[in-house]
Design a binder for this molecule. Sequence first.
Ligand SMILES: [Zn+2]
Length: 271
Amino acid sequence: MTEHTTDVNSKCTCGICIDGWLSARMSERLESEADFLQYASLQLADDLVADPDILGGGVLSEVFIGADTSLHYIPTALHDKMTPHFYHGYICVIQSILRILLTDPTSNSLPLPTLDAVTSYLANVDEEAKNGGNSNYKAAIQSELIHAYLDQGGKIEYALDAITHLAYEKSPIGSLYSRNNDTQEENAALEKEADDAELPTCENDLNFELVRTKLGLPVSWEGPHWFFLTDLSDSDEEDEGEEVLYEGVKDGEKSEEETSEEKIGPGKGKA
Ligand SMILES: [Zn+2]
């Protein structure tokens, strides 16, 4: 939950925030996080092919979920729906958000991944798929996966929640930032990139409440819904070579298991 003051009003000082609220530097943060999450998830998805035993009863194991931070933003009640197709559909939604953020600003549509914009984007994929033909083969596969996610209770909101919350956590006002050296280095690299690109600074640069409201999310974070002790440990502790204690919390009930799985996820450097 947020600890700083909630303010959902735009205080644009740069004069060029997109639609008056999305600053260039905030957009960079969201884009960087969306890109990282989709990349990390795709890498992990490869493991599903290499080692089908990761699946327990056809759905992703809790150890697997522990390894993919983006999955922590899907409510635990949906665990029994988390098939590989559901997972790939979720990745498609994250990628859609990334593509919208990367929209050419001179085009007709704005690079704003609001709930409405992402919904339209996904509907376009369906349209392309319906048009058939070999050239729409990719759209057909994407459409099928997206529906495997949405039709089983997956929401666009979960992906937006993951991106905005993790971008916040890694920003200088987030709690991960204060605990983790890697995160501070990542942030420094991100800010240097923004400086080199001569992006203007703006009062809105770290206003995540404003962004969430405008995207169509509740002002306060919904996730993460899953908690793993690895989320709380910093890299120094992990380097001691101790077994990582894993704790999945589902529906208010605590369960503990031990695993020697390495944590893969944010904080391990941008790919
Ligand atoms: Zn501005």
